[in-house]
Every structure is written in C-alpha cells, then in structure tokens.
Write a new protein. Sequence first.
Length: 157
Amino acid sequence: MFKEADFVIIGKALTNIEPDSMMLQSLNQEMMGSDVLFKIDSVLKGDVKRNETVFIYQFSGSCSSVLKFGDSYLIFGNRINKFKEAKDTVEVSEGEIPPPPPPYILNGEVEVFADTEFVSFLNNQLEIYDTLTTDLCSTFHSDSKAFADAIKHLKKN
C-alpha cells in the first residue's frame, strides 16, 4: 500500500467542501464528511507539508470513508491532477437509470459521473489545494487497531 500511494499522511478532517446542498449542510452539523478539507499533522510520504490543508475527494459508493471532523486519520492516497466528465455509454430502456461504472484514476485523472458544473467546481479546487483520493480500505482512524498496526509496520520499514 505504501509503495502505491502518492501520499501517506496523518491529520484531521476539517469540513466538507462541495457546493451547497442540504445533505452536506446536515453532515457539517453532524461534524462528518467524505469529500473534505484535511489538515496535515505529519507527512510519511509525499510532496506536501505539515500544517498544509489538502482536499480529499472520495469516489461515491460503498468504499467511501466517513471522516469525523477533528479526529485523526492515517491516509494512504493518490494525487488527482484533473477531473473529467465521464460519458455514459450504457444503453438502457426508456425511463431506466443505469448504475454508473466504478470510477477510476489513471495518470492522475479522474472521470466523474457528474454534470459539467460540478466537474468544473472540482477542477477549481485543484488550483487551491493539493488533492488526493482515498477510500475505506486506505483510511485508518487513530483509535483503531489498523492505525496502530500500520504505524508499527511503517516504522519497521
């Protein structure tokens, strides 16, 4: 996991970073989110600095990790350099909505199944923040055994 990651960082989630929506306003009130600003406390790998704030973008779905604001996490992530609007190529019957294929990152580019306005918003964030993606399998809460095990393993190597 360490070798494949562009970033390995420890830090804290701060707030959601998406256009206004009722769902995100509710998540902010509950002090949690998945596409968040994240303040770095420690850099184990990557070209970011301690105390820098980065944007963490997670692909929607069952692998997204919900981060509690103020809690510490160890994150293995990959850099995003560009967001692109994905084209739906699945044919369906009239009135049906096809499920989107799983998103992927290739050479730092992410295809997003979203409208042009949202893709533009995401690309604007790239101009402000270093942006990375992570998921449930590569994000570890500081109180978890997985966090302690990962830190122990990283210290050995």
